[in-house]
Design a protein around this ligand. Sequence first.
Ligand SMILES: [Zn+2]
Ligand SMILES: [Zn+2]
Length: 179
Amino acid sequence: MPDKSVKTIKDQIFFQYAKIITKSSFWYKDCSEAKRKAYWFIKQKFNELKSWKICWSNITKEDWEFVGSEKECIYCGSKEDLQKEHIVPKSLKIKEECKTCQNIQSISNQLWACKVCNQKKSDMWLYKFYSKILDDEKFYDKLPSLLEKKYLKTIYNCHNCAWSLDIEKDDISVVDLDL
Ligand SMILES: [Zn+2]
Ligand SMILES: [Zn+2]
C-alpha cells in the first residue's frame, strides 16, 4: 500500500519515481527491495521532488537512452517482430485531446515491444498489464526503470495539461486509473 503521505495523483507519480531513484542509487534489483531496505531514502526523495528541491530530468534523457538501448522487447526480451509500442495507450482518457497530443504521439511515449506483447497489452494501462504478465503481488514495483520513467513522465505531462495532478486518490489505481 502506498505511504500515507501519498494522496494526490502527483504524489503517486513522484512516489513511484522516488522509488526508482532509490533503486538506482543503491543498485537494488527492484523497487520492492528499495522499499524494504531504504524506505527513509524514498521518503526523502519524494519530499524533495514534491517541494521542487530536486527535479527529474527532461524526458529527452529517456528518449536518448531508448535510441541507444539494445533493440529488444521491453516486456519479454524477445528480439523478433519488434514494433514501436505506445507505453501509454492512445486511448488514454486523461483528457480528450490526449488521443492526439504530443506527449502520447512522440518518441517519449515509445519503446520496442514484440508483436505478441504489443497485442497482449493492446489498450491496457501499464500497471494493469504488469499485473497480468507478472505473477507477483508487488508487480508495480518490478517494472524496468526506463519503461516506468517514460510512463510516469508522460502521464505527468498529460495530467498537468488536464489540471488533474492535485486530485486525491487513495490507491495505486491512480497511476493507472482503470486498474
Ligand atoms: Zn515481448
Ligand atoms: Zn495528453
